[in-house]
Design a protein around this ligand. Structure first.
Ligand SMILES: [Zn+2]
Length: 164
C-alpha cells in the first residue's frame, strides 16, 4: 500500500530550480521541464496536469495569454474554455471514472491562487478520498504519479480529440 503514495518532494519535475517568472507562461512557451505535464494545446489554451495534483486526474486549463481575471477573456477564449472543459470532463470520465468534479478559478492570492496566471481547475472527486490524507498527516499525497496521469489523458485525447 505504501507504494501507492507519492512524495512530491521526490518527484523530478519539482526538485529542479524554481523558474524566474510565470510558470504557466513558461509551460505555454515550452521553456521549462514542467512542460512534460502538458496534455493538450492550441493557439489559445494549454491543458496541463496540475503541478501539485489534489487528486488523480486533476487538470488545469489556462489561456496562452497571461491574464489574471476571467473578465479579460475575449469572446472566443470564453467559448473555447467551455468547449475544452466539456471535452476534458468526457475524457476524465473514461480515464479516471470519478464520481464528481470541482471546477473553478482562484483569482487572487487571498482566494488561494498560488499562480497569478488565470487557470481553471478540473478536480475529479472520488467517494473514499477523505481520510486518505488524514492517514499521512501534514503530507500531500496522491494516488497517481502526475506523469502517468499525463500519459493516460493524452492517450484518451488521441482517441477523442477536442473539437472546437
Ligand atoms: Zn503567465
Amino acid at each position: 500500500m505504501s507504494n501507492y503514495f507519492f512524495n512530491f518532494s521526490k518527484m523530478g519535475y519539482l526538485t529542479e530550480e524554481k523558474p524566474d517568472g510565470c510558470i504557466l507562461c513558461m509551460i505555454a512557451k515550452n521553456s521549462t521541464s514542467v512542460k512534460k505535464l502538458k496534455v493538450w494545446e492550441n493557439d489559445f489554451f494549454v491543458v496541463s496536469v496540475n503541478l501539485y495534483p489534489y487528486n488523480p486526474g486533476h487538470l488545469i486549463i489556462f489561456p496562452v495569454r497571461h491574464i489574471t481575471d476571467i473578465r479579460d477573456f475575449t469572446d472566443e477564449e470564453e467559448r473555447q474554455m467551455l468547449v475544452i472543459t466539456k471535452n476534458l470532463l468526457n475524457v476524465i470520465d473514461k480515464t479516471h471514472k470519478p464520481s464528481a468534479y470541482n471546477l473553478g478559478y482562484n483569482m487572487g492570492p487571498v482566494a488561494g491562487a498560488s499562480i497569478n496566471h488565470l487557470h481553471r481547475h478540473i478536480i475529479p472527486r472520488y467517494p473514499r478520498e477523505i481520510g486518505i490524507s488524514d492517514l499521512i498527516a501534514g503530507k500531500k499525497v496522491l494516488v497517481e504519479d502526475p506523469r502517468v496521469t499525463c500519459k493516460r489523458i493524452k492517450k484518451a485525447l488521441e482517441k477523442s480529440p477536442i473539437r472546437l
